[in-house]
Write a protein that binds this ligand. Structure first.
Ligand code: KG4
Ligand code: ZN
Length: 341
């Protein structure tokens, strides 16, 4: 199964056989967005167009297969940036039509869950998935990867990665800020007690599994501004650590609560922020205490890639899913419970 991913700034082409990874080629346009401090949709779309065919050729060479040997073509149909999605979808349709192979237009978010199958095998059900990236932050109840995914909660404002990127800018660190804050956060995590969004009893009553990071982002910005106005230095290692602790504390606490409430004994994480060292450590610690098995894909499979789309496509075929029509459209706000278009 071939998988094509183009929902944001990574052009991914992956090839799998069942749960076996054969190739995973990723071309990122992140360098082109650095000077804008965020992904510019038009720039990303153009980059996908340029990277798609070379990535496809590299994937086939790595997997040592010919396109005619494929059983099907899976592609991200949403959610994501419209112009970016369209490039991947058009590529996949062209391949499906020319090669006379079935097309599977699939959900990007569910791909982040399915990718774990490549490293850890079948997913016990029910499981809880914590998806944390630059574009999404959600807790999912997975009772069947291809047919039963329920969103327990999601962010009501910024995504976790977005908060990392915005706070990095405040701290004078480059884009994308997540990895820079991760590395800078060597100081005292209790230096400033930054707010933990949606964790008061009143908030929990309505937003038990939802997240909010915009108050935290503002709190860090205020703290830094006040310091600078007073002419004092900003202790980067301490502030980065304190901010990171606030993010990871909330993500971890809500993920653990979701496991407790749903009775799930397995928790998996995905998305770019899942590469974060502190998040992985805190989750491991609390999961062990609560008797939860933690499934953490390798960081290169956590960020956007084609293999996650390919393995979801393979899983759909195994489950007897029907191919998508060749005229499906991209859906930039595709709901997580629609696995296949
Ligand atoms: O999943 P991803 O590659 O792309 C999408 O947004 O879909 O996630 C990118 C996000 C960025 O916001 C980036 O700052 C964040 O993931 N990120 C991290 C780390 N590595 C990437 N955040 C915290 N710690 C990291 N080590
Ligand atoms: Zn993603």
């Amino acid at each position: 199964m071939l998988g094509i991913e183009s929902s944001c700034d990574e052009t991914g082409v992956g090839i799998v056989r069942g749960h076996t990874l054969l190739a995973n080629e990723v071309a990122s346009s992140v360098e082109e967005h650095v000077r804008f401090g965020g992904v510019v949709p038009e720039v990303a779309s153009r980059a996908h167009l340029e990277a798609m065919v070379p990535a496809l050729e590299r994937a086939c060479a790595t997997a040592d297969i010919d396109l005619t040997e494929l059983d099907g073509i899976a592609v991200t149909a949403g959610p994501g940036l419209m112009g970016a999605l369209v490039v991947g979808l058009a590529s996949a349709k062209a391949l499906a039509y020319a090669l006379d192979k079935p097309l599977y237009g699939v959900n990007h978010l569910v791909g982040h869950v399915a990718v774990d199958l490549l490293e850890h095998g079948p997913l016990p059900q029910p499981s809880v998935a914590l998806l944390v990236s630059g574009g999404h932050t959600s807790l999912l109840l997975v009772e069947g990867i291809t047919d039963s995914i329920t969103e327990l909660g999601s962010t009501i404002d910024d995504a976790a990665g977005e908060a990392y990127d915005k706070v990095a800018r405040v701290l004078g660190l480059p884009y994308p800020g997540g990895p820079y804050i991760d590395r800078a956060a060597t100081g005292d995590a209790a230096y400033v007690a930054f707010p933990r969004g949606l964790t008061t009893p009143k908030d929990l009553a309505r937003h038990r599994f939802d997240f909010s990071f915009s108050g935290l982002k503002t709190a860090v910005a205020r703290w830094v501004e006040t310091r600078q106005r007073d002419g004092a230095d900003v202790p980067l290692a301490d502030i980065a650590a304190s901010f990171q602790e606030a993010v990871c504390d909330v993500l971890t606490a809500k993920a653990m609560d979701a496991c407790a409430v749903t009775g799930a004994t397995d928790l998996l994480i995905g998305g770019g922020v899942a590469a974060n060292g502190r998040l992985r450590a805190l989750l491991a610690e609390r999961a062990a205490t609560q008797g939860i098995a933690l499934r953490t894909p390798s960081p290169r499979l956590c960020t956007d890639n084609g293999a996650m789309i390919a393995v979801l496509g393979a899983e759909i075929v195994t489950a007897g899913g029907r191919p998508s029509a060749l005229d499906i459209g991209a859906d930039s706000s595709l709901a997580v419970d629609r696995v296949l278009l």
